[in-house]
Write a protein that binds this ligand. Structure first.
Ligand code: SF4
Length: 367
């Protein structure tokens, strides 16, 4: 078991206000139909039926009972969702584009990277990889430190904080990624962008531009995605998809590989609820002094298309680590307002109460 505040995993669950939280990292950002059914069952029997979709294409089982932990881990092992040890699990932060196709090499690159990471140097907890080698780029705004992308017909190796990358061959891409990892581990930084910003000089011939990504709104309209506002799904909603393989995404959405008629998932990418992020907040998280999701639902109709509102229980900003058009950060029972910034950013307004927030939000978002 890990202390609160560490990155949780299936082998190192995190105590939360509603029981243990187990973060499951699917291989290749994909669950096969048996894994989908198995996870729904585990959540129903041993958890509280609440399931989170994470911003790094992970799935979190909530409310798992401590006395059921060993049985849950046993079942996850049978589903091939348990790593050999917590150290290997922690470094397997690999996000894969949902737009890969059979034969395009994406899954093979992922397997090679997973194998190579077993021998890689120690990595900071949040260090991650994005394999964005589908027919169009999709993960450029998602959190990752090392990216494998495409530039025209070539593979590209790029690190966070740099606009350009190095063209690499299919046979050398993983070896080059490991060389960059070796270099990074000697910088003493926790994230790649920090190392670049500090002036460290990575061992990359960065002279090629990655393919240009379409706006996220367009990406979300391009597939039959199933959305869970706030990333909050349930065992019942997952059971509804049990006959499907699912591709996970960083957008609080899953992409089923087959046709689905769902009652329990949202299917409209223009749903205003998808323009707001909110963490568990109070009372589920002990770090929060404010309720978050009810407020976010109330404010969602005031958020215009193309803008994003983040309601965070505290400055940690779990639900949306990046900047949002407006972030409301809970503090001592009230909210600070941060325009165009993350939850820990510099507030423009302080000590706002829920009564005056709709007017304030309308003013700041131009709705
Ligand atoms: S951001 Fe929300 S979920 Fe994360 S620690 Fe703060 S209150 Fe808890």
């Amino acid at each position: 078991m890990t202390r609160k505040g560490w990155c949780p995993g299936a082998l190192r669950p995190m105590p939360a206000g509603d029981g243990l939280l187990l973060r499951i990292r699917p291989h290749g950002s994909r669950f096969d139909p048996g894994q989908v059914a198995g996870l729904a069952g585990i959540s129903e029997i041993f958890g509280n039926g609440q399931i989170d979709l994470g911003s790094r294409a992970t799935l979190q089982l909530r409310g798992v009972r401590e006395d059921a932990l060993s049985e849950v881990q046993h079942r996850l092992g049978e589903l091939e969702l348990l790593d050999a040890d917590p150290r290997l699990e922690a470094r397997r932060n690999i996000m894969v584009t949902p737009f890969w196709k059979v034969g395009d090499g994406t899954q093979a690159i992922t397997r090679e990277l997973e194998a190579a990471l077993r021998k890689a140097p120690e990595l900071p907890p949040k260090f991650g990889f994005a394999i964005d080698t589908g027919e169009r780029p999709a993960l450029q705004a998602a959190s990752a430190d090392i990216r494998i992308e495409r530039a025209g017909g070539d593979l590209l190796l790029r690190i966070d904080g740099m606009a350009l990358g190095e063209r690499v061959g299919r046979e050398t891409v993983i070896a080059r990624a490991l060389e960059v990892l070796d270099w990074f581990s000697g910088t003493g930084h926790r994230r790649m962008a920090q190392a670049v910003a500090a002036g460290s000089d990575p061992p990359l011939h960065a002279d090629a531009t990655p393919d240009t990504q379409a706006p996220l709104e367009e990406i979300l309209r391009s597939g039959p995605f199933l959305f869970a506002p706030f990333g909050a799904a349930t065992s019942e909603a997952l059971s509804e998809l049990a006959g499907q393989a699912l591709r996970l995404t960083p957008w609080r959405a899953v992409l089923p590989e087959g046709t689905v008629h769902s009652e329990l998932w949202r299917t409209d990418p223009d749903d205003p609820l998808l323009r707001v992020s909110a963490c568990t907040g109070a009372p589920g998280c002990a770090s929060a002094s404010v309720e978050t999701r009810g407020l976010a639902r109330q404010l969602a109709p005031h958020v215009p298309a193309g803008r994003h509102l983040h309601v965070s229980g505290c400055a940690k900003g779990c639900a949306h680590p990046a900047a949002a058009s407006v972030t409301l950060t809970g503090r001592d029972g009230c909210f600070d307002l941060i325009p165009d910034g993350p939850a820990g950013g510099e507030p423009l307004l302080r000590r706002l109460t829920t009564e005056n927030l709709p007017d304030v939000i309308r003013g700041h978002l131009g709705s």
